[in-house]
Design a protein around this ligand. Structure first.
Ligand code: NAD
Length: 473
C-alpha cells in the first residue's frame, strides 16, 4: 500500500521546502535473498565499552565481514586484530572522546556488561555522543548488558535496567534516519549464543525492529547454529499462510531451507495452494478452531513428516466492537482463533510427541492487543493471553531444547490495516520511531530469526516488530 510521505518524492520535497514540522520517514533498507555468511561485508562498526565481551564481539564481527573501529587503545584492539587478520579485515583504533573527521559508521555496538552502578551509565553517553551525527542512514545501534534480574547488587540491577531505557530513547532519536537501536541482555555463560542475535540486529533483516530488549539465556538446550540456510531440513507448520504475514513468512522460511506445511481455512484452498506450490511446500486445509483440528494436524504431521520442528501460530482475526455492542459470538470467535486454538494445538503436539526436540513455537501476539485498543477487548484478551501462554510454556520445554516465544507486530501494511480510515491509518504509521508502517516481510524475518537454531537463547519472550511504536505496554 502506498504511503504518501514515503513514496511520493514531490510530497517529501514540499514538506521539507515549507519547513513543516512533519518528520519525513526514511525508506528502510530491507534484506534481499537468504541468510548470508557475511551480512556486514564492508560495513563499519564502532565498538566500545567494557571488556568482558571483547573476544566474542571480535570473533562475531570478523565472521560477519565487518570493518571494526575500536574505541580505546591498542590493547582493546588486540582481539579484533587477531580475529580480523584471519578474514582480512582492517581494524582501526580511535581514542575515546571526539570522533575523527574521516570516520562514518554503519553500526555502533556498546558492551555495557560491566556497569556496576548509575555513575557508569555515563559510558553510554561518552561512547555514543561523538558519533551521533556520523551514523549512516539505516544504521544499527546495539547495547549489550547483563540481565537486571540476575545482577549481584541493587545498583548493578538499576544500571542494567538503565541500559534498556537509554536504548529505547536512542532508537527514537535515530529513527528518522531509518536507523534502529536495541538492547541485548546476555546471561553469564550464554555469550556463545550472542552471535545469531547480533547477526539479526546488525543486518537489514531487523529493519522494523527498534527500541526492543532481547534476553539471551542458557535456559533452553542446544548449541548448533548454522549461519546460512539455518532452516535446512526443518519441517514447519505455519497457520494462516494464504496471505499477509503468513504468506510472507512462508516464503522467507522456505528460502532458508525449510519445508513449510501451509495451513489455512478450506475456503482459502486456492490462494493457499498457490503459496505452497510456489515454495515447494505442502497444503493443509483446516479450521484451527474445529474440535478435531489438533488431532488432524498432529496425525498429518506425524504420518507425512514424522513430526514437526517449528510451529508458527500466525492465523488470527479481529472482530472489533465496543464492549457495549459486542455480540457473544464476536467475543468467542476472536478469543478462540487467536488463543484457544493455539493452546489446544500446541498442547496436543507436546503431549503426543509430534513436536520434535530442539523445536520452536512462535505465536503471533499484537502491540495493539497488549497495549489495549478501543473496540478490541476481545482481541486484547486473546493477544495478551498469548504472552501469558508463552511465558508459562517456555520453562516446561526448555530441557528439550524447545523455545517458545511471541511476536507482537505493530502497524503492518496488510489488507487488515488498509481497511482503516485514512486519518487513523496516517496516525498509526507516524506514531513510531521509524515514522512508517512495517511490511509483512519484517514480521516474517523476525519469525524466521526466532526459528533458527542460533536463537536458542531466546525463550519465553515477546519480540515487538513495531518500528518503535509509541503505544505499548
Ligand atoms: P490476514 O487476515 O491477512 O491473514 C490471517 C490468515 O489467518 C488468513 O489467511 C485467514 O484465512 C487465516 N485464518 C483466520 N482464521 C482461521 C482459522 N480459524 N483457521 C485457519 N486459518 C485461519 O492477517 P495478517 O495481518 O497477516 O495477520 C497475521 C497475524 O498477525 C494475526 O495473528 C494478527 O492478529 C497478527 N497481527 C497483525 C498485525 C497487522 O498490522 N497486520 C498487527 C498485529 C498483529
Amino acid at each position: 500500500m502506498s504511503d504518501l510521505l514515503l513514496d511520493n518524492e514531490q510530497a517529501r520535497k514540499l514538506i521539507k521546502t515549507l519547513g513543516l514540522p512533519l518528520p519525513v520517514p526514511e525508506r528502510l533498507r530491507r534484506a534481499k535473498g537468504p541468510y548470508e555468511e557475511r551480512p556486514l561485508e564492508g560495513k563499519v562498526v564502532l565498538v566500545g565499552g567494557h571488556s568482558a565481551l571483547r573476544d566474542t564481539l571480535a570473533a562475531s564481527l570478523a565472521k560477519m565481514g565487518a570493518e571494526p573501529v575500536v574505541v580505546g587503545d591498542e590493547d582493546d584492539a588486540k582481539p579484533f586484530r587477531r580475529a580480523g587478520e584471519a578474514w582480512g579485515r582492517p581494524v582501526r583504533v580511535v581514542a575515546p572522546g571526539e570522533a575523527p573527521e574521516d570516520v562514518r559508521v554503519d553500526a555502533m555496538v556498546y558492551d555495557g556488561t560491566g556497569v556496576r552502578g548509575p555513575d557508569e551509565l555515563k559510558g553510554l553517553y561518552e561512547f555514543f555522543t561523538p558519533y551521533m551525527r556520523k551514523l549512516n542512514k539505516g544504521g544499527r545501534c546495539v547495547v549489550i548488558g547483563r540481565p537486571a534480574a540476575l545482577a549481584g547488587t541493587h545498583a548493578e540491577s538499576a544500571a542494567a535496567a538503565g541500559l534498556e531505557g537509554f536504548t529505547r530513547s536512542l532508537g527514537k532519536e535515530v529513527g528518522a534516519n531509518g536507523s534502529t537501536a536495541n538492547s541485548v541482555f546476555v546471561e553469564k555463560g550464554a555469550e556463545g549464543r550472542l552471535d545469531a542475535t547480533l547477526r539479526f540486529l546488525l543486518s537489514p533483516r531487523s529493519a522494523f525492529v527498534t527500541c526492543q530488549p532481547f534476553n539471551i539465556s542458557k535456559d533452553a538446550k542446544g548449541d548448533e547454529a548454522p549461519t546460512t540456510q539455518p532452516l535446512e531440513g526443518k519441517i514447519v507448520l505455519l497457520t494462516g499462510a494464504a496471505r499477509g504475514i503468513g504468506e510472507s513468512t512462508a516464503r522467507i522460511m522456505a528460502a532458508e531451507g525449510a519445508h513449510v506445511v501451509c495451513l489455512d481455512l478450506p475456503r482459502d484452498d486456492e490462494p493457499l495452494s498457490k503459496v505452497a506450490r510456489s515454495i515447494g511446500g505442502s497444503v493443509l486445509l483446516a479450521d484451527i478452531t474445529d474440535p478435531d483440528a489438533p488431532e488432524l494436524i498432529c496425525k498429518e504431521l506425524k504420518e507425512r513428516f514424522g513430526g514437526v520442528d517449528i510451529v508458527v501460530h500466525n492465523a488470527g482475526i479481529t472482530r472489533d466492537k465496543l464492549l457495549a455492542n459486542m455480540k457473544p459470538q464476536l467475543w468467542d470467535m476472536a478469543v478462540d482463533v487467536n488463543l484457544g486454538a493455539v493452546i489446544r494445538i500446541t498442547e496436543k503436539m507436546v503431549s503426543n510427541g509430534v513436536l520434535n526436540d530442539g523445536g520452536r513455537v512462535i505465536c503471533l501476539s499484537s502491540v495493539s492487543g497488549i497495549a489495549g485498543n478501543r473496540g478490541q477487548t476481545n482481541y486484547s484478551a486473546s493477544k495478551a493471553g498469548i504472552v501469558g501462554f508463552v511465558q508459562s510454556l517456555a520453562p516446561q520445554l526448555a530441557a528439550r531444547g524447545v523455545t517458545v516465544n511471541a511476536i507482537a507486530p505493530g502497524f503492518i501494511e496488510t489488507r487488515l490495516t488498509s481497511a482503516m480510515p485514512v486519518g487513523i491509518r496516517e496516525g498509526a504509521r507516524r506514531l513510531s520511531a521509524l515514522g512508517q508502517g512495517g511490511h509483512p516481510e519484517d514480521v516474517g524475518q523476525a519469525i524466521t530469526f526466532l526459528s533458527t537454531p542460533g536463537a536458542v537463547g531466546i525463550t519465553g519472550s515477546v519480540l515487538r516488530v513495531c518500528g518503535g511504536a509509541l503505544v505499548g505496554a
